[in-house]
Design a binder for this molecule. Structure first.
Ligand SMILES: Nc1ncnc2c1ncn2[C@@H]1O[C@H](COP(=O)(O)OP(=O)(O)OP(=O)(O)O)[C@@H](O)[C@H]1O
Ligand SMILES: [Mg+2]
Length: 235
């Protein structure tokens, strides 16, 4: 459904991705692991059109995504939750969610149905709907950022380190959110530093090193392969 073929990306003259190839199938949860600075976020930014690939292809369904502006990439069904979440701190939870509905061709009834589905899946967002986004806990803000991305009804959602900066007990919430998305049939490309969470929730996992994918295996296989985890991730 989503595929990167031999993608090369630069920031100015700095060559960051050196031929990345990754695939995500419909409804699949795919993990992307790697140490700091190997190019995980750049891979997601390249998919979203925030940076352009200098070489290689990004294909989503029958669209050639490479070089599309980010708003169009979002409209064809790729959701994105960046590392910094970008919650509007002064807007309420409901207003934050509505920004995800700001698009043409969606009837009021459909909007209400989408909102209701979010509230059923994330009851705490209903409870806090009139509260400012900035007053939510870190875990709740991450939930709100993911829920807002869901309002665009993506077929695949890219999550950049959703557990970063969260207290350990909040990590379970992220696990639950991923379970909900998976239950809704949404495919997920999950970038994480949390190896155990990634191995638990993913179907398949890619491991990056210095701008390339070095290893690729079913998560079940990696769970039993401590040598590979140690080699590439140093744990
Ligand atoms: N806007 C930018 N301009 C120049 N170089 C950048 C920019 N963003 C990232 N880089 C560099 O590109 C490389 C890959 O960065 P990237 O953020 O993709 O890594 P990452 O795997 O997501 O790391 P982390 O685990 O720290 O989030 C790093 O060397 C980084 O310093
Ligand atoms: Mg990153």
């Amino acid at each position: 459904m989503l595929a990167l073929h031999d993608v090369h990306t630069y920031y100015g003259k700095s060559h960051v991705l050196h031929g990345v190839s990754i695939e995500v199938g419909p409804g699949e949860v795919v993990g992307l692991l790697g140490r700091n600075g190997v190019g995980k976020s750049t891979t997601l930014k390249t998919i979203m059109g925030i940076v352009r690939p200098a070489q290689g292809r990004v294909v989503f369904e029958n669209h050639d995504v490479g070089g599309m502006p980010p708003y169009r990439v979002a409209r064809i069904g790729i959701g994105y939750v960046p590392e910094d979440r970008r919650i509007f701190r002064l807007l309420t939870v409901l207003e934050n969610l509505r920004t995800g509905l700001d698009r043409q061709g969606v009837t009021d009834a459909r909007r209400e149905a989408l909102l209701e589905k979010i509230y059923v899946n994330f009851p705490v967002l209903r409870e806090r709907r009139h509260q400012a986004g900035g007053t939510l806990s870190g875990g709740e803000q991450q939930m709100l950022a993911i829920a807002r991305a869901m309002m665009l009804e993506p077929k695949v959602i890219l999550l950049d380190e959703p557990t970063e900066g969260l207290m350990p007990r909040m990590v379970g919430q992220i696990h639950e959110i991923i379970r909900v998305l998976h239950g809704e049939g949404v495919a997920i490309l999950l970038v994480e530093q949390n190896v155990s969470l990634t191995l638990e929730v993913s179907n398949r996992v890619y491991i990056m090193e210095k701008g390339v994918v070095r290893h690729h295996a079913p998560a079940a296989e990696l769970r039993a392969d401590h040598a590979v985890i140690h080699q590439y991730l140093g744990i």
